[in-house]
Write a protein that binds this ligand. Structure first.
Ligand code: DAH
Length: 335
């Protein structure tokens, strides 16, 4: 019987070495290790041997079963099958980082501007980007021969329809729809037929403001806009108002702040002047009130407008306006 055990061991070891996949290993297990397998057959045969030899044969048989089982287990652990990851998949590699988006720098600036004006009691309104000549120019007191009405500056879609060149027409639309008092800001895209360069683009964003009520004065304009400038740019900043002309306001002013790059000494950014223009404003012209049916004897108001790209360029020290529109992640990821 010892010969039989030794022969079976040899046979089993050979068969196991030849079994390379899961199916062959299964066959091996059924042939040798299962309840009706070859090892079990020898255990059955043990019953017929003389009693005094049973312990010796039993010991060898047990050893055979244990050894073959161990070899089988080792072989199974290394066997390949389709559920196992292929060797080309390295599970120890660190995972890929999740891509998290962020707000566009223009949106960040706009959000800040909105929050400041909302905290001062302003609502938010918007209007169409495709406008007519009347809302974009006529109702805003532009003379019929004003140069802005020229094809050179404005994208006309037809004789009447055009892409708005500023957010001021939203003032007209708000006043046409709401009786006074009104106090709103109106952010949005505007379009101009300009040569594209690092300084100007055919599309940009503005925030318009309008406050109309009984007894609104230039002091209200100054108080509100100075408060905005201090909250947005910092309270130690110097500013100045300089008279200018807009068709829709009288009197009109541009607001300047000290250049925050050179502190007013003069540099490339402020073109050596020490000041940066950030905003246009003025008291609403009575002709504008007349176009929307407001009583210009009873109501007064101020309006203002500012460009968002310009503010963002200054704030982040960006030297090319086109970067805002290229959607290059190498640029956007910095904000
Ligand atoms: N619409 C002007 C522009 O595009 C900006 C502006 C200036 C708006 C003065 C106003 C204002 O409401 O009062 O340049």
């Amino acid at each position: 019987m010892l010969d039989q055990i030794a022969a079976l061991r040899r046979q089993a070891e050979e068969d196991l070495a030849a079994a390379t996949d899961r199916a062959a290993l299964d066959t091996f297990r059924i042939t040798y290790l299962a309840r009706k397998g070859k090892i079990a057959e020898l255990f059955d045969a043990l019953r017929t041997v003389p009693a005094d030899q049973k312990p010796l044969f039993g010991k060898h048989l047990n050893a055979l079963r244990a050894d073959i089982q161990t070899l089988f287990d080792q072989r199974s652990a290394g066997a390949s099958d389709e559920h196992r990851p292929s060797p080309s998949l390295d599970l120890t590699l660190p995972g890929r980082r999740l891509f998290t988006g962020s707000k566009h720098p223009l949106t960040q600036v706009l959000d800040e501007i909105k929050a400041i004006f909302v905290s001062m009691g302003f609502g938010i309104a918007d209007g169409p980007e495709i406008e007519d000549d009347y809302h974009n120019f006529g109702a805003l007191n532009f003379a019929p021969d004003h140069p802005a009405r020229d094809m050179q500056d404005t994208f006309f879609l037809s004789k009447q329809a055009l892409l708005r060149t500023h957010t001021s027409p939203v003032q007209i639309r708000v006043m046409e729809q709401h009786p006074p008092p009104v106090r709103v800001i109106m952010p949005g895209k505007v379009y101009r037929n300009e040569a594209i360069s690092s300084r100007s683009y055919c599309l940009f964003h503005q925030v318009e403001g309008l406050h109309v009520d009984v007894g609104v004065t230039f002091s209200d304009l100054k108080g509100t806009l100075i408060s905005f400038i201090k909250q947005f740019y910092g309270s130690s900043l110097k500013y100045k108002f300089r008279p200018t002309f807009f068709p829709f306001t009288e009197p009109s002013a541009d607001i300047y702040i000290t250049c925050f790059v050179c502190g007013g000494k003069g540099c490339r950014l402020c073109k050596q002047g020490g000041w940066l223009e950030i905003l246009g404003c003025g008291m609403v012209d009575p002709n504008v009130f007349r176009s929307v049916g407001y009583d210009s004897e009873k109501y007064t108001g101020y309006a203002f407008g500012m460009g968002i790209e310009r503010i963002a360029l200054l704030r982040y020290g960006i030297d090319d306006i086109r970067l805002f529109f290229e959607n290059d992640l190498r640029f956007l990821n910095q904000f």
